[in-house]
Ligand binder design. Structure first.
Ligand code: AMP
Length: 676
């Protein structure tokens, strides 16, 4: 059997849809009730109560209570400690789901194998994945995760003959969501969704608390808000006064504090005036969504009210004023519409898994999805949006990115961001993927990054180079992501990168007068890049080529070898070119491979050197070249694999050229770069 489950913050319900009758029914819980409180109570004798029983205990103050844990789905810092055990939000949700399913199975007299579970539209990727895992952990197949407003629209739109554009206005306890939906021949397409997730019924409660406290303070000169327990009591009482005002024209309020008793009356009219700004805040969200979608009020056929707070009469009144028509539907079973919509989807729409294809639901992304990217000027990180908010699901985008001139490896980190801002720190950092195995040919390297948002709103990241899929592995997100707000050059690298550097020094006769200087500069360079992960080799060249020292991570070995360098010492070396020799020293070494060529003259066999440079490039060896005296910059540019890696300098500025290269090697700024 398949069911729909509204896994709510305060209450849950389970529904089933019967294909033969076309009816959707709520499955009552063990107490015969349509809704089960989302509360779990741990008792000291090891017993665990879930739902109604737990709620009773909560009121009586017994045991350890877990409630409202849905708000913490996906938050690894949240936990409830109970008698030596720790429960995270996912585990608590799974326990609650198990109870709901157990009760429903008893009622239906059969086993439930699969379900559609609803989540708030604003749930991010972590929260959606956590919800799927919570369902799977209690042994059911989670057919689909759907957004609550979409589910409400489905339960409303299913079996409606007329085609309509419907606005779902969902005002809950702490959140507001608006969703525009097109119902066409029973098919549902979500056009767009938006929300304010810090606006809800509790803000209306606060207006009442404040009003009463102000009156009390005026009358008695003391403020009940100064006392924590008096304040909490008043918050609970204010919610009840608010609910009374949904039915009556006024409410009698009584507040006792420090021996004083204040008695007041609040009329519905007064309450509505005092809370108008809150409704206006919902109007702003709606206006932005409609504007973004290019939809005007005249195109909205009906407004569907969802969420407990939409029971306040001012909500329907306000929306009627906005639509200018009498088309606001006060859904008769607001609380149950979500579970019913999920049940309909479970039975009729879960086509991909069941083969039932008679109806379609097209949902949209509630958030934009982007990649952390280094800006074109290299000075900051930005959120490069890959899939825009309100794109139809499933959605897929592939874009080419550069890898940055400082990246000396075949490894790149891709951080996925959810949010609308260009500033990464204003977005939610969803995941870190490490892409490896691409061919790094220096600054011209591009890789394609592909983002996929599946039907459940769950995100996947893939990477390709020249059409070949690359290795991509998820890694735990770093705890500190504040570097995303700074300069890419300052980012501490958390990856251990082995670097192999072949330093090729021109030892032809023309070097005679400057060799001692050059040796001193190379020695400083070696010291500035040396660490246990950096291997350096020393190669001399003139007419012939000689490997003076093979790769070593001991800088002293290289520095001693430098001392022994002499002009023309390669006479007894091998034929060939420095590039080919350095290439063979570096080839097959794991990690980054770099060659630094230092020359003061014009080379013979230049074409051969250029083709050897291409071979190095193909092997992921970066070549940097520093020339001075008679050296030819245009030739050096031809052999350097990194555009900025060819430099011509005066002998007395050689130190600057070396330190530029040392900085590039040491910072190795990794990360995707904007543009190709
Ligand atoms: P929900 O998150 O959809 O369950 O909505 C919970 C919110 O609805 C809470 O802020 C409740 O105070 C509010 N609520 C429930 N019933 C009413 C009512 N009759 N009048 C006003 N607010 C209500």
């Amino acid at each position: 059997m398949k069911v729909g489950i509204d896994l709510g913050t305060t209450h849950c319900s389970v529904a089933v849809h019967d294909r033969s009758t076309g009816k959707t029914d709520i499955i009552p819980n063990g107490f015969g009730k349509d809704m089960t409180p989302s509360v779990i109570c741990f008792l000291d004798d090891g017993e665990i109560l879930i739902g109604e029983d737990a709620k009773d205990m909560q009121a009586g103050g017994a045991g350890v209570i877990a409630a409202s844990f849905k708000r913490s789905m996906g938050d690894t810092d949240f936990s409830v400690e109970a008698f030596g055990q720790t429960y995270g939000a996912e585990r608590l949700s799974s326990m609650l789901l198990e109870k709901l399913i157990g009760d429903a199975e008893e009622r239906l007299g059969g086993s439930i194998g699969s379900a559609v579970i609803t989540v708030p539209a604003y749930f991010n990727d972590f929260q959606r994945k956590a919800t799927i895992r919570a369902g799977e952990a209690c042994g059911i197949d989670v057919l689909k995760i759907i957004n609550e407003p979409t589910a409400a629209a489905i339960s409303y739109g299913y079996n409606r003959a007329a085609d309509k554009t419907v606005m779902v206005y969902d005002l809950g306890g702490g959140t507001f969501d608006v969703t525009l939906v097109k119902v066409e021949s029973g098919n549902i397409s979500v056009l767009g969704t938006d929300g304010n997730h810090i606006l809800g019924g509790k803000d209306w409660d606060s207006v009442i608390s404040k009003h009463v406290c102000d009156l009390f303070e005026d009358e008695f000169g003391v403020d009940p808000r100064e006392d924590e327990s008096a304040k909490n009591e008043l918050i609970v009482a204010a919610e009840n006064y608010k609910k009374v005002l949904s039915k009556a024209d006024n409410v009698a309020i009584q507040l006792r504090y420090e021996g004083n008793t204040g008695k007041y009356t609040l009329t519905r009219d007064e309450f509505e005036i005092k809370t108008q700004h809150l409704l206006d805040a919902t109007r702003d969200v709606i206006a932005e969504l409609m504007e973004g979608l290019g939809i005007g009020w005249e195109e909205i056929d009906e407004v569907l009210l969802v969420g407990g707070s939409s029971r306040m009469p001012q909500v329907a009144k306000f929306l009627r004023r906005m639509t200018g028509k009498d088309n606001v539907v006060e859904h008769s079973d607001t609380d149950l519409a979500v579970a019913k919509g999920a049940a309909i989807v479970a039975e009729l729409y879960a086509s991909d898994k069941t083969g039932l294809t008679d109806r379609k639901v097209v949902d949209v992304t509630a958030h934009s999805l982007g990649a952390l990217t280094v800006s074109i000027d290299g000075k900051r990180y930005i959120n490069e949006i890959m899939i825009k908010k309100n794109s139809k699901l499933p959605a897929k985008t592939r874009k080419p990115f550069g890898i940055g001139p400082g990246n000396l490896t075949d490894r790149i980190e891709v951080f996925t961001l959810q949010g609308e801002s260009r500033d990464p720190l204003e977005c939610h950092v969803l995941a870190k993927m490490v892409i490896t195995g691409f061919c790094n040919v220096g600054s011209g390297t591009t890789i394609d990054i592909e983002y996929t948002y599946d039907e459940n709103g769950v995100v996947k990241v893939n990477a390709y180079q020249d059409g070949e899929q690359l290795e991509a592995a998820a890694e735990v997100l770093p705890e500190d992501i504040s570097w995303m707000g700074g300069s890419p050059q300052d980012r501490p690298s958390d990856a251990v990168i082995v670097k192999n550097i072949a330093v090729c020094v021109d030892l032809s006769r023309s070097m005679t007068s400057c060799l001692d200087d050059v040796k001193g500069q190379i020695s400083d360079f070696v010291n500035s890049v040396a660490d246990e992960n950096t291997n350096i080799s020393l190669i001399g060249f003139g007419d012939k080529v000689k490997v003076v020292r093979e790769l070593t991570s001991d800088p002293d070995v290289i520095i001693t070898a430098l001392d022994d360098l002499k002009v023309n010492m390669c006479g007894r070396g091998t034929d060939g070119s420095p590039l080919a020799t350095a290439h063979s020293v570096l080839s097959s070494k794991p990690g980054a491979k770099m060659m630094l060529v230092l020359t003061d003259g014009i080379w013979g066999k230049r074409d051969k050197a250029v083709s050897e440079s291409l071979a190095c490039r193909g092997d992921g060896v970066d070549i940097m070249a520093i020339g001075f005296a008679e050296a030819d910059l245009s030739f050096l540019r031809q052999i350097a694999t990194v555009e900025e890696g060819a430099m011509y300098t005066a002998l007395d500025r050689l130190g600057d050229a070396f330190s530029t290269i040392a900085t590039a090697i040491n910072t190795g700024a990794t990360g995707l770069r904007q543009g190709k």
